[in-house]
Design a protein around this ligand. Structure first.
Ligand code: GDP
Length: 298
């Protein structure tokens, strides 16, 4: 991911190398090129606009005009603005004062929710927690089974619908899972929910009903980083329809242009908590805006 954007930016910076003082015209030309590079990477227009405004303002200020090496100063500014767009500092998961902490996953079908549920459970277990996975995606025929397989691999119990705990009704399953978590002394409950291929009123209503039933500490919106410009509309729909507290970027190992990754923080107003980078349980890490910015700048 970001290969094209990285190449474009490095080309822009190369042109600045060796220049002495930068004129306003140099700065404007550079800003225009960065703008184009971001738009071509599918970054959402409002995000590009505010990014370029900040870069220009700072580049025209003292830090660049008095610098001995303006190219390096511009790179530093772009790096810092990328960090800001990606959320600044990493935000950790919010835990409930009284366990169990409830983490609900939401997103479109295929975004990587179920895979993430397994990864997150394995990661939390590695940190000494006792998570419970909850199969409340009853839409996709294989989702329950898939979660059971992932839970098995992660060594984490999976609460699946069966007679007595709400077969066919994801809200009942989610509710029943909380009682089970208390009885079995699980301190974190991860609820996988159903998605559809596109934004769908029924899916949103179901996600909102599950949210109301389990009162989650985190509602994590999982977004496929490969989806490009559509990402913004999807993110807004989940923000408004379910109310999200954090984002996970999945499929960051893909070769898409990366615009979703750079837009989602500003569009949703919520932090990116984790990154998913493959199909294996361990292809997962805490999201660090500064590391991602460094990767983009090569
Ligand atoms: P869900 O419908 O949102 O639950 O999505 P799934 O978890 O079933 O993921 C959809 C597909 O994407 C599956 O084939 C996963 O193996 C794959 N997948 C999930 N996360 C990643 C990732 O980070 N990288 C890659 N390359 N594939 C992923």
């Amino acid at each position: 991911m970001f290969d094209t954007l990285s190449d474009r930016l490095s080309g822009i910076f190369t042109k600045l190398r060796g220049k002495g003082r930068l004129t306003d015209a140099d700065i404007d030309a550079t800003a225009r090129e960065i703008r184009l590079a971001l738009l071509e990477a599918d970054v959402a227009l409002p995000v590009v606009k505010s990014f370029i405004t900040s870069v220009k303002e700072r580049a025209r200020g003292a830090e660049v005009s008095q610098a001995l090496n303006p190219a390096q100063q511009i790179i530093k500014i772009v790096h810092e603005e990328l960090v800001t767009v990606l959320g600044g500092e990493n935000r950790r998961l919010q835990f409930a004062k009284q366990p169990p902490t409830v983490i609900m996953l939401a997103g479109l079908q295929g975004s990587g929710k179920t895979t993430l549920a397994g990864k997150l459970a394995g990661w939390l277990k590695g940190q000494g927690h006792q998570p419970l996975l909850v199969a409340a995606d009853l839409q996709r025929p294989n989702a329950v089974n898939q979660l059971q397989v992932l839970g098995g691999r992660a060594g984490v119990e999976v609460f699946a619908p069966e007679p007595g705990n709400g077969v066919g009704d994801p809200v009942q399953v989610a509710k029943a899972s909380l009682e089970h978590a208390r009885r079995a002394a699980r301190d974190i409950v991860i609820v996988d929910t159903a998605g559809r291929l596109g934004i769908d009123a029924e899916m949103m209503a179901q996600a909102a009903a599950i949210r109301d039933a389990v009162d989650p500490d985190e509602v994590i919106f999982v977004i496929d980083a490969m989806v490009g410009q559509d990402a913004v509309r999807t993110a807004e729909a989940f923000r408004d329809g379910v109310g999200i507290t954090g984002v996970v970027l999945s499929k960051l190992d893909g070769d898409a242009r990366g615009g979703a990754a750079l837009s989602v923080r500003q569009v949703t107003g919520q932090p990116i908590l984790f990154a998913s980078t493959g199909e294996k349980l361990t292809d997962f890490d805490v999201f660090h805006p500064d590391r991602m910015a460094s990767r983009i700048l090569g």
